[in-house]
Write a protein that binds this ligand. Structure first.
Ligand code: ASP
Ligand code: MG
Length: 287
C-alpha cells in the first residue's frame, strides 16, 4: 500500500484533475490518496471570512465563485448516476459553508475557531469530489480520523483511528482530505499548519507502514537552485532524508518540512513527482 498526496495546483482545474485520475487509476497496489483544497482556495476562504466579518458584500461574490468552481469541476468530470448523489453531498457542504459566512457577518467578529472551520471546507469539498472522479474510490472523512492538540497531531488517537478505518479498508483507492483535523479535547475543527496536507499524508503513511509516500506537485522535484533565478538549475534525482530536511528548513517549498521526520523514522521512501509531467523521474528521498 502506498500513499499519494496531490497538492492544490494538482487538483485545481479540470485538466489537472484528469491527470490525477489517470495517475491514481494506473496504480498497481492499493493507495490512500490525500488531497489539498483546490489551488488557492484556502487563501480565498480566509479572505472571504475577513470580508464577511466586515459585512462586505464582496464576501458573497467570492462564495458564489467558490460554488461555481466546484460545480464546474463536478459537472465536467463526474458521470452518470454518481452525479446526483455526489452533487447533493457537495451542495450540502457548499450550503453549510455559505451559512457559516452568514453567521460570521451577523456576529461581526471573526474568531480563530471560525477561521479553522471555514478553511476546513476546502479539503472537505475537494476530497469528496475527487473520490467521485476516480473510479472505485471510497471517501474517508479526515475530521473523524486526524485528531490534534493545539495543531499538533495527537498521534495516539490518530493512529488508533487510522487502524480502525483505513487499516481495515479492503478496497483499492481511499481518498481523504489533507490538513484538516479535529481537536481531541474540544472536538472542534482545528487544522494542521498551512501546507499541512503533506504532513497528513506522512502520518497516514507512517501509521499504515506504506511502501512509499509520493508527493505529487507542479514541479519535477527538488532542484539544485531556484529555476526562476538560475536557468541552469536541474532536478536532484536522489537525496537523503537529512539533505531534504535541510533544504526544507532553509525554505524549499517542495515539501512541508515536518513531513520528512516520520518517513525517516520508518525508512519509508518519499518521491516528489510532477502531476503535469508524470513520466519525469522526480526526486527520491531515502536514507
Ligand atoms: N490547503 C491548505 C493550505 O493551503 C493545506 C495544503 O494545501 O497543504 O495551506
Ligand atoms: Mg504544499
Amino acid at each position: 500500500m502506498k500513499v499519494l498526496k496531490f497538492g492544490g495546483t494538482s487538483v485545481g482545474t479540470v485538466e489537472a484533475l484528469r491527470n490525477v485520475k489517470y495517475i491514481v487509476e494506473h496504480q498497481e497496489e492499493p493507495v490512500v490518496v490525500v488531497v489539498s483544497a483546490l489551488g488557492g482556495l484556502t487563501d480565498t476562504l480566509i479572505k472571504a471570512a475577513n470580508l464577511a466579518a466586515n459585512n462586505d458584500i464582496a464576501a458573497y461574490r467570492i462564495v458564489q465563485d467558490i460554488t461555481s468552481r466546484h460545480n464546474e469541476i463536478m459537472n465536467t468530470l463526474i458521470e452518470g448516476e454518481q452525479i446526483d448523489d455526489a452533487l447533493n453531498r457537495v451542495r450540502a457542504l457548499l450550503f453549510e459553508l455559505s451559512n457559516a459566512y452568514t453567521d460570521i457577518s451577523q456576529s461581526e467578529e471573526l474568531t480563530e475557531s471560525d477561521i479553522e472551520e471555514i478553511v476546513s471546507y476546502g479539503e472537505r469539498l475537494s476530497s469528496l469530489i475527487i473520490s467521485q472522479i476516480i473510479d472505485n474510490a471510497t471517501h474517508f472523512n479526515s475530521l473523524e480520523i486526524i485528531h490534534s492538540n493545539n495543531h499538533e497531531c495527537d498521534m495516539e488517537a490518530t493512529c488508533a483511528n487510522i487502524a480502525n478505518t483505513l487499516g481495515k479498508f479492503k478496497g483499492k483507492v481511499a481518498v481523504m482530505g489533507g490538513f484538516i483535523s479535529r481537536d481531541s479535547k474540544s472536538r472542534r475543527i482545528s487544522n494542521l499548519g498551512r501546507g499541512g496536507s503533506d504532513y497528513t499524508a506522512a502520518i497516514v503513511a507512517s501509521a499504515l507502514n506504506a511502501s512509499s509516500l509520493e508527493i505529487w506537485t507542479d514541479v519535477d522535484g527538488f532542484m539544485t537552485a531556484d529555476p526562476k533565478k538560475d536557468p541552469s538549475a536541474t532536478v536532484i534525482r536522489q537525496m537523503t532524508y537529512a539533505q531534504a530536511q535541510e533544504m526544507c528548513d532553509k525554505g524549499a517549498k517542495v515539501i512541508y518540512a515536518p513531513t520528512i521526520k516520520p518517513m525517516a523514522e520508518k525508512n519509508i521512501p518519499i518521491w516528489v513527482k510532477n502531476t503535469f509531467n508524470r513520466t519525469a523521474l522526480g526526486t527520491l528521498i531515502t536514507d
